[in-house]
Design a binder for this molecule. Structure first.
Ligand code: EPU
Length: 343
């Protein structure tokens, strides 16, 4: 266990917002977290905030409370058959390193999530997704410790209530009450490529592969290349990946937009609604590559807001507010941030 006071959060948020936290505690095992909950937290400043890789956070001010950080990095086989395996991964593992490890073992299913920033624990809370796969699709259980009394609680896949960028851990009755300590994934020993989203098939052919000929590691490499081409590296330019979620709207609204923009991209979702890329809406409002003060809209992916250097949370929020307003005025669609604002 490691406790620090008055610590800079610069290295703990990929937006590169330069704020301080009153206290930060990291832990390396379930037992250490239970000890923290029972013997340390009662005397430490509130509120509590559990962070992962800090890739989905926007700090608006110095954080007056206590930040918790998992350093649990276990990888254990829970069960294994000829065809599949259930792996328990510590919440503090870097998701991409874990994915790389699973592929090296011949365990498939997470390759489309390659290079998503962040840690295993946060990926289960945010239900991160890319290229037609969401973390929740592969998660069989999420093991947690209560931050109220240190008790253990295992959430089954169904209890996690997964949907697009959503889980039960984001719902108000549970928000902040549990820390994820490990996540169990069901992975297959047979590689079944998921290629029907986001132009992956097109990239595959342009890289000279066929559907039958591509291996999981090659698919991972292709996805990494696509992401590197479109998305800024947070180590170089502060950003939090997609800033907004893609809105899910009624078909009637899509039809209305189509009368003016027949080319509007859209993907069907459940309940007869459609998902429209927020990147397209923002692009059509003329924001691509534009700046407002110290914050900008990325020139290759308008869904990504970037810190031009020394931006505050409020600088980023001012840009986000303007974009939301413009998208609403033009399309009558409210786009919601995927990023969590921390006040
Ligand atoms: N588009 C434009 N202009 C642009 C760029 C994109 O109009 O300059 C339109 C195009 O029609 C394009 C569409 O937006 O087809 C979708 O763009 P893209 O395929 O890049 O994906 P996305 O919907 O913008 C989502 C995830 C990403 C994930 C990609 C790939 C969300 C909020 N974002 O983005 O996740 O990597 O799909 O699957 O769902 C993240 O969450 O941080 C993230 C990067």
């Amino acid at each position: 266990m490691n406790i620090c006071h008055d610590i800079s959060l610069l290295q703990y948020n990929t937006f590169g917002i330069d704020v301080h936290a009153n206290t930060l505690i990291s832990y390396e095992s379930n037992e250490e977290l239970v000890d923290i909950v029972l013997n340390h937290l009662p005397n430490l400043p509130k509120p509590l905030l559990h962070i992962g890789g800090g890739s989905n956070l926007l700090f608006m001010n110095d954080f007056k409370g206590t930040i918790l950080l998992s350093e649990i990095k276990i990888v254990e086989v829970v069960t294994e058959t000829e065809d599949s395996v259930i792996i328990r991964a510590g919440s503090g593992l870097v998701l991409d390193e874990f994915i790389s490890y699973t592929l090296s073992q011949g365990w498939y299913g997470l390759e489309n999530l390659s290079l998503i920033p962040g840690q295993v624990g946060a990926s289960a809370v945010q239900n991160v997704g890319a290229y037609g796969v969401e973390a929740g699709d592969r998660i069989v259980a999420v093991n947690c410790i209560s931050l109220l009394d240190g008790s253990e609680k295992r959430f089954s896949h169904d209890e996690c209530n997964y949907s697009y960028r959503h889980s039960i851990f984001k719902e108000s009755h549970l928000y902040g009450k549990y820390a994820v300590v490990s996540v169990e994934y069901a992975l297959s020993k047979t590689f079944i490529p998921q290629l029907n989203y986001g132009g992956i098939m097109h990239f595959l052919t342009s890289f000279g592969f066929t559907l039958e000929g591509v291996s999981a590691i090659q698919l991972r490499d292709i996805i990494i290349s696509i992401r590197r081409e479109k998305l800024p590296d947070p180590k170089v330019i502060g950003n939090a990946g997609s800033f907004f979620m893609n809105p899910i709207v009624d078909i009637s609204l899509l039809e209305k937009i189509r009368t003016q923009y027949p080319e509007v991209p859209h993907y069907p979702t459940s309940h007869g609604k459609v998902k429209i890329p927020a990147a397209w809406l923002i692009d059509k409002c003329g924001w691509k590559g534009k700046s407002l003060g110290k914050a900008s809209v990325h020139s290759r992916q308008p869904l990504v807001l970037i810190n031009n250097g020394y931006a505050t949370g409020n600088d980023i929020k001012s840009l986000s507010d303007r974009i939301q307003q413009d998208v609403f005025d033009k399309f009558s669609i409210s786009i919601c941030p995927e990023v969590n604002f921390i006040y």
